[in-house]
Design a protein around this ligand. Sequence first.
Ligand code: C5P
Length: 219
Amino acid sequence: MIVTIDGPAGAGKSSAARALAKRLQFAFLDTGAMYRAVALAALRRGLDWNDAAALADLAQQLNIEVRQYHTYLDGQDVSDDIRSHEVTSVTHYAANNPAVREHLVALQRQAAHQLDIVTEGRDQGTVVFPHAECKIFLVASAEERARRRVRDLEARGEKLSLEEVLADQNRRDARDAERDVGPLVAADDATIVDSDGMSHDEVVDYLEELVRARRTGNK
Ligand code: C5P
């Protein structure tokens, strides 16, 4: 069974998807980590961001493995490095590159092959797994999402103001929504879940209910 969780940055997809996968004893795939890993590799090599062909070539050469909760780039665990503010702010070069997307979409399908899996991103229910049995589109208000992101960055020792994070998030949302390939949009058959005012556990309980209902064919 494939469960897709898409939605904008900071809606709590990652923590909800992880917890849901644990409860269901499903595998978990963080597809944003793949785009981040490509961006990190390009940063480290000092690639020219305007050279889309070079970025696509690089993506093809990299060995990116997202195994449950860890991300490996050419064998090195980069789970922490890919979450920095610097990487976050350049990941759109990877995400907006159609050739990079095509490559990563293929990797994502490979990773999910013959597994029960919860997969999380922007285009999972629309492009990557259009036949997924359960599709969720998780949203929250821009302010709530930015507050969460500030807390996450603080926990990493990076201090940014709410205004900075909000401005950056608005830019990311606009880029995600306007992209020609794999834009951020809810699939027609997705259930939209607004997590504003819900605790983490309440969100996970609700998602679990949705999946179990789908499994038994009630919804
Ligand atoms: O989810 P996360 O914030 O880690 O994703 C990082 C970036 O990767 C997002 O800003 C988004 O532009 C991009 N992304 C994407 N398609 C996905 C997952 C993430 O374009 N399936």
